[in-house]
Write a protein that binds this ligand. Structure first.
Ligand code: ATP
Ligand code: MG
Length: 280
């Protein structure tokens, strides 16, 4: 599929070009790419917010662009925007998180259960429920906004840079909550992130956008171990990949292609001590 903003005007921008990507049900996809590469544009097609200029986007077997399907897709695909705190409008944290589940027609007992669960998932305490969202810091309101979408318990969840502006611990907590959803409930997860470390740790599938084109898609080990590919897309390779690359340019060959720090430690150990990995 292709997406062109302001087609036929002087402002015409080809944001996505001939994207061909399949996300298997229950997969955890990390969508990577430099600023302006088309990530946010792409995910807004997954719940019909944007329609392709040409081509098709099929979500759970239906055409996401058709008006009829669009109205039911919000029950299936939860989308957390890039700056979700701007979407907050209720007078208490409880009301804000409860908004989505109530719209699903659930009774108040179930709504409360989901609100509390979602709040815990994003690492917030229950005593926060009666706070006015306006009084919260940026990081806290970000977490409340994410909880609001989690509480919908949709079979697919899309988060556009959920960790931006959060401290590393909060970011990790949210990614862990998403991972639990994937493993426990089979939820399909799509996370846009600039941090390749997140992709390594949580994703089963990585896709890389560069200037509106999908230049790579596959398992993290396969994609993230290619420093030239990542640099070409304006991304910084993970530290172990960069180190391995620099060593090899200088004629030092490691026995493996580590993408995480733990991998790197094992590979160095193996290379220099010639012992089996995991021997200590
Ligand atoms: N609403 C819009 N109207 C016109 N052009 C847009 C709009 N949104 C995005 N674009 C353009 O489409 C291209 C892709 O933008 P997009 O926001 O999808 O990139 P991104 O990968 O999400 O970037 P970032 O990492 O900065 O969020 C850019 O050239 C951008 O200027
Ligand atoms: Mg974006």
């Amino acid at each position: 599929m292709t997406h062109v903003y302001f087609k036929g005007t002087p402002l015409e921008t080809v944001a996505l070009k001939d994207i061909d990507l399949e996300i298997p049900r229950g997969e955890f996809l990390a969508l990577l790419g430099a600023s302006g590469s088309g990530k946010s544009t792409l995910v807004q097609h997954f719940n019909g917010l944007l329609q392709p200029t040409s081509g098709q986007v099929s979500v759970f077997g239906v055409d996401a662009a058709s008006r009829r399907n669009r109205n039911s897709l919000w029950r299936k695909v939860g989308l957390v925007f890039q700056f979700p705190e701007r979407q907050i409008f209720s007078s208490t944290v409880y009301e804000d998180i409860a908004f989505g589940p109530r719209n699903l027609g659930l009774d108040e007992k179930e709504v409360r259960h989901r609100v509390v669960e979602a709040l815990t998932d994003v690492g917030l305490a229950e005593d926060m429920l009666q706070c006015d969202p306006i009084t919260l810091s940026g990081g806290l309101s970000r977490r409340v906004a994410i909880a609001g979408v989690l509480a919908m318990q949709t079979p697919a969840l899309i988060l556009d840079e959920p960790g931006a502006g959060l401290d590393p611990q909060a970011k990790k907590q949210i990614l862990q909550a998403l991972k639990r959803r994937q493993l426990k409930k089979g939820t399909t997860i799509v996370v846009i992130t600039h941090y390749l470390e997140d992709a390594v740790e949580f994703a089963g599938l990585v896709a890389v956008l560069s200037s509106g084109e999908l230049i790579a898609a596959g398992p993290p080990q396969q994609i993230l171990s290619q420093p030239e590919l990542l640099l070409g897309a304006g991304l910084e390779p993970p530290f172990p990949v960069e180190l391995t690359h620099k060593l090899s340019v200088n004629g030092v060959r490691l026995m493996g292609a580590p993408i995480t720090i733990d991998d790197l430690a094992r590979v160095l150990h193996r290379t220099y001590l010639k012992t089996k990995p995991g021997d200590g």
